[in-house]
Design a protein around this ligand. Structure first.
Ligand code: B12
Ligand code: SF4
Length: 576
């Protein structure tokens, strides 16, 4: 049984996606011959070949020069930000791109890393300027405002010349396409269409956190089908557009293994737990029974076979993702639906499995930085990981998401010695009252002690904040900005977002308890309710708080946006 698993453009350019790595490793351990293709980084590398890119970028620069002001769909902060004009950006692209691109790799210079990333970003924007208002940057494109017209996917040549021929040559029995982010949807659709033309009869399965999020919102509580409504922008129609042969709802390991076992003897995929299919005749989506989540003990140690580690990823050092747990051990924050795609139930992997992965990452692939993708790693696990790294002398640095938990500050000194370099922490609001409404469960003292311990021991911190949580007042939002400004020296990065009602969050189960009044269907999602707040700042005001951070003199460069994602900030702490 041969399976090719693909990750479409554009995910993080700094390391491979954990979903693909996890699924691929699990299937291999089940005896399936798996080829992983991170088509995101491969497509980026292909497109940036100077002989292909420079002519398109030249045309784009000339076009932009004539059409000022340019209004591409990339948000203001993502445009050609640090160069004075398109000609200056083009000059830098000419000077720098040929020095960092070679046939099989990017060759980055850690000392000039920021400038090199910016050049790659500019090169992409210039080379897609003809498609404006859609414009592609290193962090993707702004799918909310514009998309590339059908047939003008900027990576189409890569699919046709490299990806599809390679998949056809591999002669797979099944192809899996991972869709974790909205910004991958359009690229995935083109890839699936291109594959379908050349691989008739080969099942194409989709999965990933975006597919799962849509499935979860739609999963029928009784009965097993959901109707499609022709021509309307419903979640059901969006999901159906991502399904070729079938999709997987939730954790991919067990359903995909079952799909492979069914395909070999030609059995139907109907009824397999976690499998979702479209019935075109009946105009419905059919859900199989839910697939129970795997226990931590059932998850294998990981390897990175087949991925261009050390060649094409754009981190300052070699980086790879890992997870010590699935689900969230706290699982109470009122706004949160993060753990839903993989199931909220908290499951930790045995330390032996983690150590095996870390050892393979380091000894086989030379990984220097591991970004743990846990929803929140408990202090106890942070200690265990750091101790294991020290004991085995792996020399790995690592970062993780965690909570400003009581007990976290105490473990920081030793964890830092064991490799802890970056903590991504949910502050959400500087107001204890608002955090109380959120059921965040963190105390001012823990926040202060954690920030202090991290600053003292060289662990860089990212804070997540949100504005517009139901009931938050203008003064409380200002308090958060003030807190961030006062602590700017102890905060490396900042993720700032507006609160939005997500369908799987605790608030959505009891909106009235939070002063949220549901209204008729929202403007775009079709299946989602609109809402208004009884108290607190509204949508517009919360947006202006987020924007004010983008213009804040001390804080603006700390904001996570575009390609400057968490991995960028975490890796920056290692290479400098
Ligand atoms: C870690 C993480 C990141 C890391 C990724 C690092 C890496 N190299 O992997 C970084 C920091 C880069 C990141 C960035 C962003 N992230 Co993020 N991220 C996560 C997080 C916390 C975990 C993802 C993860 O690795 N899970 C573990 C793996 C094992 O699970 P998985 O990917 O879902 O894969 C499993 C299944 O989905 C399935 N599966 C996956 N692929 C396939 C394919 C097939 C064929 C099948 C059958 C099954 C299958 O099987 C896998 C194994 O069970 C999730 C939250 C979450 N719980 O999902 C958010 C999440 C995925 N991120 C999110 C967002 C919004 C972002 C950003 C856009 C944030 C921002 N505004 O900048 C950026 C954009 C990323 C980009 N395109 O550049 C959203 C996506 C919402 C959505 N689904 O539309 C999530 C769900 C968080 C949330 N609820 O808001 N992120
Ligand atoms: S916000 Fe973080 S800590 Fe809170 S429930 Fe969600 S994943 Fe858990």
């Amino acid at each position: 049984m041969k399976c090719v698993l693909l990750n479409p453009p554009l995910s993080s350019p700094f390391s491979p996606p954990l979903g693909l790595v996890s699924l691929g490793t699990y299937l291999r351990r089940q005896g399936i011959d798996v080829t992983l293709v991170d088509a995101s980084i491969e497509a980026l590398h292909y497109r940036l070949a100077p002989h292909r890119l420079l002519p398109a970028a030249e045309r784009g620069a000339a076009l932009l020069q004539r059409r000022v002001p340019w209004e591409p769909a990339l948000p203001a902060c993502d445009r050609l930000s640090n160069r004075a004009n398109p000609a200056a950006a083009m000059q830098a692209v000419h000077g720098i791109l040929p020095t960092i691109w070679s046939r099989d790799a990017f060759e980055l210079d850690p000392a000039r890393h920021d400038e090199q990333l910016e050049t790659i970003h500019d090169a992409l924007i210039l080379s897609t300027a003809e498609a404006q208002p859609a414009a592609l940057g290193l962090g993707g494109y702004d799918e909310a405002r514009a998309s590339f017209a059908p047939g003008s996917d900027p990576f189409l040549d890569y699919y046709r010349e490299v990806l599809v021929p390679a998949v056809v040559e591999a002669a797979p029995d099944v192809v899996g396409v991972s869709i974790g982010y909205e910004r991958q949807v359009a690229f995935a659709a083109t890839i699936i269409a291109e594959l379908r033309r050349k691989l008739s009869g080969v099942p194409i399965i989709t999965g990933g956190s975006l597919v799962s999020a849509l499935c979860i919102n739609l999963r029928p509580s009784s009965g097993r089908t959901v109707p499609l409504r022709v021509g309307t922008p419903t979640c059901a129609n969006l999901l159906a557009s991502m399904i070729d042969t079938a999709a997987v709802d939730g954790e991919g390991e067990a359903p995909m293994a079952a799909i492979c076992r069914a395909i070999a003897p030609g059995r139907s995929l109907d009824g397999i737990a976690g499998v979702v299919r479209v019935d075109h005749a009946a105009q419905t989506i059919r859900f199989g029974p839910p697939s129970p989540p795997l226990a931590g003990e059932a998850l294998p140690s990981l390897d990175l076979e087949g991925l261009p580690i050390g060649r094409k990823y754009l981190g300052r050092v070699r980086a790879a993702p890992l997870m010590t747990s699935r689900g969230c051990y706290w699982n109470r924050c009122a706004f949160c639906d993060h753990a839903v795609p993989l199931d909220r139930r908290f499951r930790e992997l045995p330390i032996e499995t983690l150590l095996e992965s870390l050892t393979t990452y380091r000894r086989t692939y030379g990984i220097e930085f591991v970004s743990f993708c846990d929803e929140a790693m408990p202090p106890r696990m942070i200690s265990k990981v750091a101790d294991a790294i020290s004991r085995e002398r792996l020399g790995i640095r690592f970062g993780t998401m965690a909570r400003f938990e009581r007990g976290l500050a105490e473990i920081i000194p030793r964890a830092a010695e064991g490799g802890l370099a970056f903590l991504s922490l949910g502050l959400e609001s500087a107001s204890p009252r608002v955090r109380g409404l959120m059921r965040k469960g963190i105390e001012p003292q823990s926040i202060e002690e954690t920030l202090e311990a991290c600053a003292r021991h060289g662990v860089r911190v990212e804070c997540h904040v949100m504005f517009g949580f139901p009931g938050e007042t203008t003064e409380e939002a200002e308090q958060t900005i003030g807190f961030l400004a006062d602590n700017a020296g102890r905060i490396e990065a900042l993720a700032a977002n507006q609160w939005v009602l997500t369908p799987q969050s605790p608030i959505a189960r009891d909106p009235a308890a939070f002063g949220v009044v549901l209204e008729a269907a929202g403007p775009t999602a079709g299946d989602r309710p609109g809402y208004r707040l009884e108290h607190g700042i509204g949508f517009e005001e919360s947006r202006s708080f987020v924007r004010s951070l983008h213009e804040h003199l001390t804080l603006q460069n700390k904001i996570v946006r575009s390609y400057r994602n968490e991995e960028y900030f975490a890796l920056r702490t290692i290479g400098t």
